[in-house]
Design a protein. Structure first.
Lengths: 657, 197
């Protein structure tokens, strides 16, 4: 009898069409929880360091998290893992919605795909019945159309699915996998799905999921719901509006976009428009959003409505959330939110990443303006309107047509293929992956470490629950720390003191605070993401916002009551460290080293190369890694990852130290 | 839009009937009500989760902004005839209209679909306002719906309705058992039980 998890994975060999339901080892649940943790274990075990992302040997895993399907609010994330075609490193991207709980209800924790299908298929899971069905008639259909067509075909409006669009079919390196409620966008997992010729995966489940300590578990859920309501009614004071609540940043609800538009860089992460936000823009943008947003909606079992159904005349309906609301507008350097919402409609139906895509297009425009791409290269591109140019580029990219063939590989690879100095315009990637366009003045040592060493190469999945700037007054500082219950045991005094002192005379970045406190703050922020991604919890209720409902103190209790496995704070911390180091190890095996861990040169205007290297040294030391960023043997042994150290030794990875 | 379907579900001593008022404009389709309902009615309580067992289900079509919670009402062994078709509000440019048959929004446990039947026993389920043992002040589904799509309301009714309802419920249960096991088995069991007493 298994509690919390279903205890079975679905293993599908697409090359042969073989489908098996395989029982999983409960010890893996204890050691790696589920979701990202157990995905990483499978990738480590099965995918060798020289496996090309587009090869039969690459696996693509669709996983629920350990708490998905339980009544824990917001435990609905699907964690998709593989090797990224863009970074060639471990890729893990998540989506909210309804897929993961439905998969659990069908009796599976994961669907693991290997091989490649000879013909286009979609996977239909109906409890114990699993079919690979012909998908040729779905080719060219958008992500949303595909899911709708399948629901009609199987005549089941309650089935939940994930699909790729044209971009995934054409193996665009930043193709997403979409549901009706969200997308797993980052790192090109849609391209891997397309390479495997899987157009969609749809599941329907009507089985029971068991809870080990039912009454106790429900009590914890009720406490979390109460706290969620409390936080919604009590926004954090002294921070920008979109950071004051919980959930995904509430950009579908709120109109105030001053923080992003004035502080982030526009174009190809190029220009700050420091006074962009004014009352006229606010009026226009509010009007646009009010008119196009039909309703605010949620994911499975969550009362916080982070997403909006967006509908604009002449464009397909879609569901949007968070910062992709404005990424296209900012990249195109136009003033119109309506343009951003319209092109996002097409982009989401094509199935591309809302962070990377706008930047790739802005990069192309820059190359054109600088004479590196010519009229001949961009034959047919509209001349006068930047908006039209973006629409045109998007159409080329998802089809890999003309210049789109180059751009579809993302900025890093496109720049190197185009040559002629295009590399100089690759100015906002880390580990070959496009980043949020932030260009700031003074080096922030905490963010320096997070940008450099984050395995996800995506800051919003590394940072969180920590203010991004000092509170403006002593009173606000005191109010913030008063009921700050989320801090790990033993770190309360240190972290609270940091908040109180931050911003005082001599207590400012970059040379303050001391490096080991920086490492501690980074570790807390990132480890909580590893916990969420393994439990299938929405970061918007846990690792991302200030004072979240889930934290290091109640999460072990949730795990214990759901699964019956004894868990406490220390054990969860160790497990998160184990998962974090295993993910690291996969990347180390694939060649990641210290020299890859650097934010773009102009990320901050004021840089301190020697000091930065010292920070990196200290962080590596704190993590138990050598000065190349490789986890040391004793670190791995202590975390129960002796098998990783053995492999490192066999591969000669330790020899270069 | 307030759904007109209001089912009388339980009667207090003061001839007050509690019912769940559904506001489909407020529902955003998260299905927390399904999770809560299936947990509450599990045996032992909260031990299993399975929305397929839930006595409230949300009909969702996010692209057309249709979110309708429907709770299990009566049992019928026959499909209805002359079923009506609802057409979702469409934007002008939409290539096709989306049609839903009436039963998408119907609370009956009937043979035309698998809704409101226990997945393993095949027996129909009915919303009891969480008033089995021990009864809850507020049904779980309402408790977990802080957006107010589900609210408990009360109305006055005649006592005779109460008696009628009890009768209906017994009949409902018996019919369902008979459909599944045949009248012979049901009668046999009733006789046996009565004999034991």
């Amino acid at each position: 009898m298994r509690y919390g998890d279903a205890g079975f994975n679905l293993e599908i060999d697409l090359s042969t069409g073989n489908i098996e339901k395989v029982a999983t080892d409960p010890k893996d649940t204890e050691d790696y929880l589920g979701g990202l943790g157990t995905n990483a274990k499978i990738i480590w075990d099965r995918v060798s360091s020289d496996t090309d992302p587009f090869s039969e040997d690459n696996v693509l895993i669709f996983s629920s998290g350990l708490l998905c399907g339980t009544p824990a609010y917001g435990a609905n994330r699907t964690i998709i893992s593989s090797i990224s075609p863009q970074t060639k490193l471990f890729a893990f991207s998540m989506t909210g919605g309804f897929f993961a709980p439905e998969l659990k209800q069908a009796g599976y924790d994961k669907v693991i795909l290997r091989g490649k299908s000879p013909n286009w298929v979609y996977i239909y899971i109906n409890n114990d019945k699993v079919e690979l069905r012909d998908a040729t008639h779905l080719l060219g259909k958008s992500t949303y159309e595909t899911l709708e067509a399948i629901r009609d075909e199987i005549n089941d409006p309650r089935a939940q699915g994930l699909a790729i669009g044209l971009a995934g079919e054409n193996r665009v390196f930043f193709a997403s996998i979409e549901t009706h409620r969200g997308s797993a966008s980052r790192l090109g997992l849609g391209a891997v799905m397309g390479d495997k010729k899987v157009k969609a995966i749809v599941v329907r489940g009507t089985k029971d999921l068991s809870i080990a300590k039912p009454v106790e578990f429900m009590n914890e859920c009720s406490k979390v719901l109460d706290y969620m309501m409390y936080r919604l009614q009590n926004p954090i004071k002294g921070v920008p509006a979109i950071l004051s609540l919980i959930g995904s940043p509430q950009e579908m609800l709120l109109h105030d976009e001053e923080w992003h538009t004035n502080n982030f860089a526009w174009g190809n992460a190029r220009v700050r428009r420091k006074n962009f936000w004014n009352s006229e823009i606010e009026r226009q943008w509010s009007e646009t959003l009010e008119r196009s947003r039909k309703k605010l909606i949620s994911c499975y079992n969550c009362p916080i409505r982070c997403a909006g159904i967006i509908e604009l005349p002449g464009f397909p309906t879609y569901v949007m959330k968070c910062y992709s609301k404005i990424t296209y507008t900012m990249a195109a350097m136009v003033d119109s939110l309506e343009f951003g919402l319209k092109i996002a409609a097409k982009a989401q139906h094509y199935g591309v990443d809302g962070f990377t895509t706008p930047q790739v297009m802005a990069f192309a425009i820059e190359l054109y303006e600088n004479g590196i791409l010519t009229d001949k290269d961009l034959e047919g591109m509209p001349k006068d309107s930047r908006e039209e140019q973006f629409f045109w580029l998007l159409d080329r990219i998802v089809r890999r047509e003309g210049i789109g063939e180059y751009l579809a590989d993302g900025v890093y690879w496109a720049a190197r293929r185009i040559g002629k100095g295009a590399e100089q315009f690759d100015r906002n990637t880390i580990k070959k992956h496009e980043q949020i366009p932030i260009k700031l003045g003074m080096l922030n040592p905490i963010y320096y470490i997070m940008w450099s060493t984050g395995e996800k190469a995506n800051i919003t999945q590394i940072e969180g629950q920590f203010p991004q700037a000092p509170f403006p007054s002593k009173e606000l500082k005191e109010e913030f720390i008063r009921d700050w219950i989320q801090i790990p045991t033993g770190k309360e005094e240190k972290f609270k003191r940091f908040i109180m002192e931050w911003g005082e005379e001599g207590k400012n970045f970059p040379f303050w605070p001391e490096p080991d406190l920086i490492a501690e703050l980074v570790e807390w922020q990132e480890l909580m993401h590893y916990v969420d991604d393994s439990l299938g919890l929405c970061a918007g209720l846990s690792s991302f916002p200030l004072k979240p409902p889930y934290h290091i103190h109640n999460l072990p209790v949730f795990i214990k009551y759901a699964t019956g496995i004894d868990y406490d704070e220390q054990k969860l911390w160790d497990t998160a460290s184990r998962i974090r180091n295993l993910v690291r190890a996969i990347n180390i095996k694939r060649g990641l080293r210290r020299e890859d861990e650097k934010p773009p040169e102009d990320h901050w205007k004021k840089r301190f190369p020697e000091y930065e290297q010292k920070l990196l040294d200290e962080y590596y030391k704190y993590k138990g890694w050598d000065n190349r960023g490789v986890p040391k043997k004793e670190t791995l042994d202590k975390l129960g990852l002796g098998y990783v150290a053995e492999e490192f030794e066999k591969m000669g990875i330790y020899e270069g130290e | 839009m307030e759904l007109t379907l209001k089912e009388e579900l339980a009667v207090s001593e003061k001839k007050k009937v509690k019912f769940i008022k559904i506001d489909v404009d407020k529902c955003h389709g998260c299905r927390a009500c399904e999770v809560a309902c299936s947990a509450f009615h599990a045996k032992p309580k909260y031990s299993t989760i399975n929305p397929a067992r839930s006595r409230i289900r949300v009909f969702r079509d996010e692209l057309r902004n249709v979110f309708v919670p429907v709770y299990a009402s009566f049992y019928t062994k026959a499909e209805c005839s002359g079923r009506r078709v609802y057409i979702a509000e469409q934007k002008e440019h939409s290539p096709e209209r989306r049609e839903y048959v009436e039963c998408s929004f119907c609370g009956a446990a009937c043979p035309s679909r698998d809704l409101f039947f226990e997945p393993d026993s095949g027996l129909p389920v009915k919303c009891d306002m969480c008033e089995d043992d021990p009864p809850l002040e507020t049904p779980w589904c309402v408790k977990v719906c802080p957006v107010g799509a589900l609210v408990v309301e009360e109305k006055e009714v005649e006592v005779s309705e109460r008696e009628q309802e009890k009768e209906d419920e017994v009949e409902h249960g018996l019919d369902a058992l008979a459909d599944k096991y045949g009248w012979d088995k049901v009668v046999e069991m009733v006789v046996k039980k009565v004999g034991n007493k």
